[in-house]
Write a protein of this length. Structure first.
Length: 577
C-alpha cells in the first residue's frame, strides 16, 4: 500500500488528494495544511471582503472533516511541514496546536505550498492596518479591521489583478480607494494601450490612483496610517492592502536540496516530478517552460494548479504517463464594470525577448449592434509576421470577454494561427454575438495585414516627427471630427473620399484613421487601388488613440477629504458586517 504525503491543502494539494483517492482506494494519503482550512476559494476572498459573497461558509469548497470522510484522507490542519529528509523519505511536521514536532514517512511526496505575497522592505511595513490578502485569516482580519476602525479610506499598493479586485470591493463598501502603482500602467499582462482603457474606467469610477509612484515609508500618526510616496506626497489612510505580487513558496523544497529554477520556483519536468523522482510539485510554487516562449515561468493561477493535481495523482498511481504541457497564463478579472482578460504573451514581453511580432487592435460590439445593449469590446492580438502564429491576446470590454479570451486561448494553446481564429465556429444569435464574432474579425484583420492588403501604424509611432511628415486623414463624419481629432488631421468622410482624391498628396505618407479602424481600412483600400502607395491604417483607430493620449493617472481627487459630501458616488456607509 503506497503512502503519499501532500504538503498544502488548497488548490493543488486538495485536487491531487481527491484524484489520488479516485485512482487508488487503498493508498494511505496524508494531507498537511499549515492553516486551519483546506480547499477554500482564495479567488473569492476579495468578494467576501466586499460583501458580494455574504456567507463566509460559501468560501469553503470542503471542510477538513468533510474531505476526510468523503475521500478517506488523513487531513491534518494546523500542521506545518518544516523539513524533508529525502534520503530517509521522511518529513518533519510541527503540530501548530500543540507545538509538538514529529516525523512522517512517505513513498511519494507532493509539494503544493503555493506562493507567498511579496512584502517589500519599506520602513513601517509591519504597522497595524497593513495587510496582504492570501488566505481566509487575512480576510477575516481585514474585515474585522474595517469594522472596528470604521475605515473610510484605503490605500492599495500594486495594481495587479488582486489589487484591482480589492479596489472594486472596498469601493463597493463605500470606502474611498487610492491605488499606488510603480509602473506606468495597471495590470502588467496588458500592453499600455489596453491598460489605458482600464485607467479611464477607474477614473470614471472615482478611484484615485498614482502611476510611476512608489510608497517609500509608512508611519502611524494620530491613529491614521501615513504613506509617503516617492514623489514626496503623503497619503493619510485607514487601511493599506499590499498587492505588489507573489513569489513561489519554495523555501522548504530549497532546504531539502531540490532543484530550484532561475525564477525561484521548484523545477519540475513534464511529469511534474522534481529533481527527486519521489517528489512531485505543482501549483504556484513551480516553474515550467512557457509553451510559446520555451522559457521557465511561474504561473499564479487556480486553473493550472487544479489541473496539475490530476496529472500528479495519475503519474503517482500509473507511473509517469501524463505530461503537463505548460500554461499560457490565461487570466481574467472584473474591474468595476469592465472585464479584463489576457492570454499568452503581450507585445512588451515579445519585445523584451526580441521575438518579431505584429499586433492588431480591433474594436467590435459584444453582440449584433441592432440588438439592444451591445457593448464595446477592445481586442488586441499579437502574432508572427511570417506564418501568423498567435502569440497572445488581450481583451477589455463588458459582456462576452470571457468566452472570447477562452476561444483565443484554446487556439493559442494548440499552437494555432490567426487563420484559425477566422475559422472558429461560434454559436450566433443577435443577443450573443454577430455572424462574424469579434474573434473572427481579429483573424480577418490579421490576415489582411500579413497578406499586405493593408499596412498599419500604431499609436506609439505617431510622434511629432511622424505627424508633421505624414498627411493625417480622418475619414469619420464631420460631426465626429468636430468632437475630437488627432492634431493636424484633415477630414474627408469616407463616403466622399472617391470624389476628393485630388486633395490628397501623392508624395507623402498618408495615415488614415476613423473611430475604430474599419472605415479607415475601406479608405486605405480605395487609396491603394487609386495609386497611393504609402497608405497606413491607424490600428485601433481614434478610440485607442484617445485612451492613450488622455491623462492616465487620477491623483489628488480626495484632497480636502470629501467623505460625506460626494453623495453621488459614496452613498454606501461602511457597513457593519
Ligand atoms: P494554494 O492554493 O495557495 O495552497 C497552498 C497551501 O499550502 C496554503 O494553504 C499554505 O498554507 C499551505 N502550505 C504552504 N507551506 C506549507 C507547509 N510547509 N506545510 C503545510 N502547509 C503549507 N487564480 C485564478 O486563476 N483566478 C482568480 O480569480 C484568482 N484570484 C485570487 C485571489 C486571491 C486573493 C488569491 C490569494 C489568489 C487568487 N488566485 C486566482 C490564485 C490562486 O488562488 C492560486 O493560483 C492557487 O490557489 C494556487 O494553488 P496552490 O495549490 O499552488 O497554492
Amino acid at each position: 500500500m503506497a503512502k503519499i504525503v501532500i504538503v498544502g491543502g488548497v488548490a493543488g494539494g486538495a485536487s491531487t488528494a481527491a484524484r489520488l483517492r479516485r485512482r487508488d482506494e487503498l493508498a494511505e494519503i496524508i494531507l498537511f495544511e499549515r492553516g486551519e482550512y483546506i480547499s477554500y476559494a482564495n479567488c473569492g476572498l476579495p468578494y467576501y471582503i466586499g460583501n458580494v459573497i455574504t456567507d463566509r461558509d460559501r468560501l469553503f469548497v470542503q471542510t477538513p472533516e468533510g474531505f476526510a470522510a468523503r475521500f478517506k484522507i488523513d487531513v491534518r490542519i494546523r500542521s506545518e511541514v518544516t523539513g524533508i529528509d529525502r534520503k530517509a523519505k521522511r518529513v518533519t511536521v510541527i503540530d501548530l496546536k500543540s507545538n509538538k514536532t514529529y516525523e512522517e514517512s512517505y513513498d511519494k511526496l507532493v509539494l503544493s505550498p503555493g506562493a507567498e505575497p511579496v512584502k517589500p522592505p519599506i520602513p513601517g511595513i509591519d504597522l497595524d492596518g497593513i495587510f496582504t490578502v492570501r488566505n481566509v485569516p487575512d480576510t477575516d482580519r481585514i474585515k474585522e479591521y474595517i469594522k472596528r476602525n470604521k475605515v473610510r479610506r484605503a490605500l492599495i499598493i500594486g495594481a495587479g489583478f488582486i489589487g484591482l479586485e480589492m479596489a472594486e470591493n472596498l469601493h463597493r463598501r463605500g470606502i474611498l480607494v487610492t491605488i499606488v502603482e510603480m509602473a506606468e500602467q495597471v495590470m502588467t499582462p496588458l500592453d499600455f494601450e489596453m491598460a489605458a482603457e482600464v485607467h479611464q474606467h477607474l477614473k470614471a469610477k472615482n478611484v484615485e490612483f498614482y502611476l510611476k509612484e512608489a510608497v517609500t515609508a509608512f508611519e502611524s500618526r494620530l491613529g491614521r496610517l501615513v504613506a509617503r510616496l516617492s514623489g514626496g506626497k503623503e497619503l493619510q489612510v485607514g487601511l493599506v492592502i499590499l498587492g505588489v505580487g507573489v513569489r513561489p513558496d519554495s523555501a522548504l523544497a530549497r532546504e531539502a536540496g531540490l532543484e530550484i529554477g532561475g525564477r525561484g520556483g521548484i523545477k519540475v519536468d513534464e511529469f511534474l516530478q522534481t529533481s527527486d523522482p519521489d517528489v512531485y510539485a505543482l501549483g504556484d510554487a513551480i516553474e515550467f517552460p512557457h509553451p510559446v516562449l520555451g522559457k521557465p515561468m511561474s504561473v499564479y493561477l487556480a486553473g493550472p494548479a487544479n489541473k496539475q493535481g490530476r496529472i500528479v495523482a495519475d503519474n503517482i498511481v500509473l507511473g509517469n504517463k501524463r505530461r503537463y504541457r505548460g500554461s499560457i497564463a490565461t487570466a481574467i478579472a472584473k474591474v468595476f464594470d469592465l472585464t479584463v482578460a489576457a492570454t499568452g504573451l503581450s507585445e512588451k514581453a515579445l519585445r523584451a525577448e526580441g521575438i518579431p511580432f505584429v499586433c492588431s487592435i480591433t474594436h467590435s460590439a459584444s453582440h449584433a449592434g441592432y440588438y439592444p445593449d451591445a457593448q464595446p469590446t477592445s481586442l488586441k492580438i499579437v502574432f508572427s509576421p511570417e506564418d501568423g502564429r498567435l502569440f497572445g491576446a488581450q481583451i477589455v470590454g463588458y459582456k462576452g470577454v470571457d468566452k472570447r479570451v477562452d476561444m483565443i486561448a484554446s487556439v493559442l494553446k494548440q499552437g494555432g494561427t490567426v487563420y484559425d481564429l477566422q475559422e472558429i465556429e461560434h454559436a450566433y444569435a443577435p443577443p450573443f454575438s454577430s455572424a462574424k464574432d469579434p474573434v473572427n474579425i481579429a483573424g480577418f484583420v490579421a490576415e489582411n495585414i500579413i497578406g499586405g492588403l493593408v499596412k498599419i501604424v500604431h499609436w506609439h509611432e505617431l510622434n511629432e516627427e511622424e505627424l508633421s511628415r505624414s498627411f493625417i486623414l480622418d475619414v469619420r463624419e464631420v460631426e465626429e471630427y468636430k468632437l475630437g481629432k488627432i492634431e493636424g488631421a484633415e477630414n474627408i468622410p469616407l463616403n466622399s473620399l472617391r470624389d476628393r482624391l485630388k486633395e490628397l498628396p501623392r508624395d507623402r505618407r498618408i495615415i488614415v484613421y476613423c473611430a475604430v479602424g474599419l472605415r479607415a481600412y475601406l479608405a486605405c483600400r480605395i487609396l491603394s487601388q487609386n495609386g497611393f502607395s504609402e497608405v497606413y491604417n491607424l490600428s485601433g483607430g481614434y478610440k485607442t488613440y484617445e485612451f492613450v493620449t488622455e491623462k492616465q493617472a487620477n491623483e489628488d481627487i480626495f484632497q480636502g477629504d470629501v467623505i460625506g459630501k460626494d453623495n453621488n458616488i459614496y452613498q454606501t456607509a461602511v457597513e457593519e458586517a
